[in-house]
Design a protein around this ligand. Structure first.
Ligand code: ZN
Length: 306
């Protein structure tokens, strides 16, 4: 599942490509992938078919003015009228091809044995065609993601956007702000689950919580309120450092994460614990272990993390 570094990578790559692009047509191949905010479609019965038609019709001729991110939500702005909220959930992908490279073959899973394909492919559900001939493809193997069209006026009231906690890479997210969260928000929870709660801190999932806890030398099961001042400092530094490094390496291509260019993120090669259970810790040589709790698997070094 894409986390903050992957979604940030997508936004950074898409912004210069999509800015000022005019939409010629939107093709919705799987109607259940698109949705409308309440103000966009007040008086129409919301069957899936009618939503898809309205979605495509509303977007036709509109111009993209910006691409941004809040937590794991991608926000595509349309000339001060509408915005498309894109949530990739488990396996969503956004791939952009310019007119000259529409036949480019792309490997949709980060598995060497997978044959590269041209788009649209089987998991392609929505296609944006721009007036300059370029295209943006929305792919989703497991179909949990969505593209939701909202009006600018309703954007501040979109539930998903209101519920997110602070952006960990924001300058305003200081140690003081972080420390206040550790005292105020679910201090009795295991630190891994705490980090992964998007209403406490936005954008951290399974991969980066594992890597952050390894950096901070903390076992995933440690209860937040048991952390000393020093441990909290290390945890905070870990959040900033690991997420910043991962963005710099364009995220981790674990399975389905493909960048809009069709390339992969390389941070996965630098993982210290995530996906390395059974292998040796790069620092102490102990075997990395998996631990299951609350339906989640965490990987950690039993010697380095206490
Ligand atoms: Zn170790």
């Amino acid at each position: 599942m894409p986390e903050l570094p992957e979604v940030e990578t997508i936004v950074r790559e898409l912004r210069p490509k999509l800015k000022n692009k005019k939409i010629r047509e939107v093709r919705v191949l799987l109607p259940k992938m698109v949705a409308l905010g309440p103000a966009t479609l007040p008086n129409l019965r919301k069957t899936r078919g009618s939503v898809a038609v309205k979605f495509a019709k509303t977007l036709k001729g509109e111009k993209i003015t910006d691409v941004s991110r809040r937590a794991k939500m991608i926000i595509i702005d349309l000339a001060g009228k509408f915005a498309i909220l894109v949530h990739l959930k488990m396996t969503g992908q956004l791939i952009f091809l310019d007119r000259k490279h529409l036949d480019k073959k792309i490997r949709l899973l980060n598995i060497p044995s997978i044959t590269p394909v041209s788009l649209p492919a089987k998991p392609t559900h929505v296609i944006f065609e721009f007036t300059d001939g370029s295209k943006l493809f929305y792919n989703d193997y497991r179909q949990f993601g969505y593209l939701k069209l909202v009006t600018d006026k309703e954007l501040p009231y979109v539930r998903e956007l209101q519920d997110y906690g602070p952006e960990p890479l924001d300058k305003n997210f200081t140690f003081q702000a972080f420390e206040a969260l550790t005292l105020r928000r679910s201090p009795s929870r295991a630190v891994k689950l705490w980090l992964m709660d998007p209403t406490i801190i936005a954008g951290i999932g399974n991969i980066y919580s594992d890597e952050i806890l390894y950096f901070a030398k903390l076992k995933p099961t440690r209860v937040v309120k048991s952390l000393s001042a020093k441990e909290k400092k290390r945890l905070f530094q870990g959040i900033k450092k690991i997420l910043t490094d991962a963005v710099r390496h364009a995220g981790s291509s674990v399975w389905e994460f493909v960048r809009p260019s069709g390339n992969w993120g390389t941070y996965g090669l630098l993982h210290k614990v995530y996906g390395r259970a059974g292998e040796k810790c790069k620092v102490c040589g102990s075997i990395i272990k998996n631990m299951k709790f609350n339906g989640r698997t965490g990987s950690f070094c039993p010697r380095c993390q206490k």
